[in-house]
Write a protein that binds this ligand. Structure first.
Ligand SMILES: [Zn+2]
Length: 164
């Protein structure tokens, strides 16, 4: 809703020429009447964006600004479902165990991606990271942080990347 109240439910796909789609309301964050639902401009976020919605909306999730610096990565080889060998990189934290067959590579963890728009966050770009338990280690680029996370308004996340 324009005032950031939200309704969660299931929007069923229409079949063929149907012009109406059925919406099953599951829960709302506040009392939203059917009339409001039918007469308001609604912003639609799909199911796969739920995590992003929580991250942007929840004022209890704490974020800090980070000047990204390259860090050590744990490098290992994995065999893909196609039978080929691939290099796998994970962030290495000091004190982590190094499993057999893995090596620690200095500076190889050289970027993160914004959780919201996948924008690259590296030594050239400031980023923000969530520090609240359970939601920790999510990253936001400066645009997504200033426009959505800080004001707790997920609607700007629907802006086309080219229009930012
Ligand atoms: Zn972003």
């Amino acid at each position: 809703m324009p005032d950031l109240r939200s309704v969660h439910g299931l929007l069923l796909a229409s079949s063929g020429e149907q012009e109406l789609r059925r919406f099953e309301r599951h829960w709302t964050t506040a009392d939203i009447t059917d009339e409001e639902l039918l007469t308001s401009d609604l912003y639609y976020f799909g199911a796969y964006q739920q995590r992003e919605l929580y991250l942007a909306l929840d004022p209890d999730i704490h974020w800090i600004e980070v000047n990204f610096t390259s860090q050590k990565a744990l490098q290992s080889q994995i065999i893909g479902t196609d039978g080929k060998s691939y290099r796998k990189m994970e962030l290495y934290r000091e004190g982590d165990a190094v499993p057999e067959g893995s090596i620690v590579v200095e500076g190889a963890w050289d970027h993160e991606h914004c959780t919201f728009c996948m924008n690259r966050i590296d030594e050239e770009h400031i980023g923000y990271t969530s520090t609240t338990t359970y939601w920790a280690d999510n990253w936001a680029c400066a645009w997504c942080y200033r426009n959505s996370v800080e004001p707790h308004d997920p609607r700007p996340l629907l802006t086309n990347y080219a229009d930012r």
